[in-house]
Design a protein around this ligand. Structure first.
Ligand SMILES: Cc1cc2nc3c(=O)[nH]c(=O)nc-3n(C[C@H](O)[C@H](O)[C@H](O)COP(=O)(O)OP(=O)(O)OC[C@H]3O[C@@H](n4cnc5c(N)ncnc54)[C@H](O)[C@@H]3O)c2cc1C
Length: 454
């Protein structure tokens, strides 16, 4: 996911104090005031939010058990190395590395990074001609103004698309605008513009600095955080009973007791009622789970014997008719030895790809590449792909504000229940939702809430 740094006119000039409430909130108690006294915390989910919470609580002396449904930790930081190159199925970039807590974990975990540049891109029309720099710069400036105009005209109930189409009827069908609406906006937010809130679509915050990409696998960071923790893999939680003083957690047909539980499963898992809560969660929590949405983004890695594209470029853009369809390519050759491109499907088209065969996927991608590089380019030798929408461990890529939601819904997702059931995960971090750092900070925040109870 690449976050273009579009200026938000509502935020310019705000002091840093107002931009980092999560960090400021996560101070916690001094070590000498803590006596966990044998208290047990069960963390459900071994993604970065759950691991961050577990590591911090263990360091403070709690007995911590992590229950993870899959065969490995990491969740949406999942790396496939089967083709000899690290293909990150979920997160790839550290968005805004300056002051970003993930930056501190890079060297400790053995992750390698490459500094990316949004400007190292060539965008091609369907007839294979490249858009000029002037056309692209003007379009991006107009796009930035359009985002501000939609945000200002937007209402809580209208989608981004409905407000945008009424303000910019001509641009709505322009292929370069469709490219920017999906490769920039839908990629950033996770939501298809037809379901994205016109008012709160980008009211989250960001750190500064050009994004860096992890080149040897984002799972390096979650593997590092997992070191020394008691993690039970292949353990899928189905029930949480918090009607008594001790919380009773059902997983794989057995029960585990804890003093506190941190639920760090993705929003999609909560929306699908994969975990039964007894008693039922409070009405405001259920309403927030129902109203906020999980978006979809899929990734496709294609490998060739030799590269036929300009290997100096970092990104290649393409402007097809269908919004969200294989319109953005990351040149993997730029930072690894592999002759590989990674492309994406965004929003509703991401979901369409999940019922397509590998052959259909390759054919559609090759149509785009052939119109840029000519009909003689070969088919890839290998393809790796994701299907985040139907993945039962997340039911989508990351959360976003849909029309009907308010910013407060993300805060409600973070609220604990009865001081025993705590909630972490990217979707619980209003300021940095949809990101690795947002998830990480949410885990530290929930650990601090439990520490503060002592
Ligand atoms: C395609 C894609 C691209 C992305 N790109 C970026 C990027 O470049 N940069 C960035 O900052 N962010 C990116 N993100 C977002 C980032 O990956 C997530 O915000 C972050 O990893 C979420 O961490 P988490 O701990 O909240 O959830 P997860 O990582 O999803 O962890 C939750 C864990 O809970 C487990 N679980 C689910 N159900 C159960 C159950 N019933 N019992 C037990 N365990 C369960 C899951 O298996 C999972 O391991 C991307 C995500 C996707 C999908």
């Amino acid at each position: 996911m690449q976050r273009r740094k579009f200026i938000k006119d509502t935020l310019t000039g705000l002091p840093l104090l107002f931009l980092t409430p999560t960090l400021l909130a996560s101070c916690g108690k001094d070590d000498e005031n803590i006596n966990p006294n044998g208290k047990t915390v069960v963390v459900i989910g071994g993604g970065i939010s759950g691991l961050a919470a577990a590591k911090k609580l263990k360091e403070k002396g709690f007995t911590v058990i992590v229950l993870e449904a899959q065969e490995k930790v990491g969740g949406r930081m999942r790396t496939d190395r089967s083709l000899g190159v690290a293909f990150d199925e979920g997160a790839s970039w550290i968005h805004g590395p300056n002051g970003n807590p993930i930056t501190n974990l890079v060297s400790q975990s053995g992750a390698n990074t490459f500094l990316t540049s949004d400007d190292s891109v060539e965008v091609f029309d369907t007839n294979g001609t490249a858009y000029s720099d002037t056309v692209l710069t003007n379009a991006e400036n107009q796009f930035e103004s359009a985002l501000n105009a939609v945000r200002n005209a937007g209402t809580q109930t209208q989608s981004f698309q409905s407000v945008f189409n009424s303000l910019y009827p001509t641009q709505a069908n322009n292929r370069l605008w469709k490219y920017m609406l999906s490769a920039f906006l839908e990629f950033n937010t996770g939501g298809d513009i037809s379901k994205l809130s016109s008012k709160f679509f980008d009211d989250d915050e960001e750190y500064n600095g050009e994004d860096v990409i992890i080149t040897n696998g984002y799972d390096k960071i979650t593997d590092f955080l997992a070191q020394g923790l008691d993690i039970r893999l292949n353990t899928r939680v189905t029930g949480i009973d918090y009607s008594n003083t001790k919380v009773n957690i059902t997983a794989n047909g057995s029960n585990i007791e804890a003093d506190y539980v941190i639920v760090s499963v993705p929003l999609g898992v909560l929306k699908n009622n994969a975990i039964t809560f007894a008693p039922a969660l409070p009405a405001d929590k259920i309403s927030a789970i129902t109203k906020t949405n999980m978006g979809n983004v899929n990734k496709f890695l294609l490998v060739w014997n030799t590269a036929f594209w300009d290997t100096n470029l970092q990104y290649i853009g393409y402007t097809p008719d269908t919004k969200g369809k294989f319109n953005y390519f990351l040149n993997v050759k730029k930072f690894t030895p592999a002759n590989a491109l990674m492309t994406f499907a965004f929003g509703d088209y991401a979901t369409t790809t999940e019922s397509m065969s590998d052959n259909d996927i390759v054919n559609e991608i090759m149509l785009h590449l052939k119109s840029i590089y000519g009909n003689s380019i070969p088919n890839p030798t290998n393809l790796l792909r994701t299907k985040w929408g139907q993945n039962i461990n997340s039911y989508g890529a990351y959360s976003y504000a849909t029309n009907g939601t308010t910013t407060a819904d993300f805060d409600t997702l973070a609220k604990s229940v009865n001081s025993r059931v705590f909630f972490a995960g990217e979707h619980t971090n209003r300021e940095y939702r949809g990101t690795v750092h947002g998830a990480y900070l949410s885990g530290l925040r929930e650990a601090d809430k439990i520490i503060d109870l002592l």
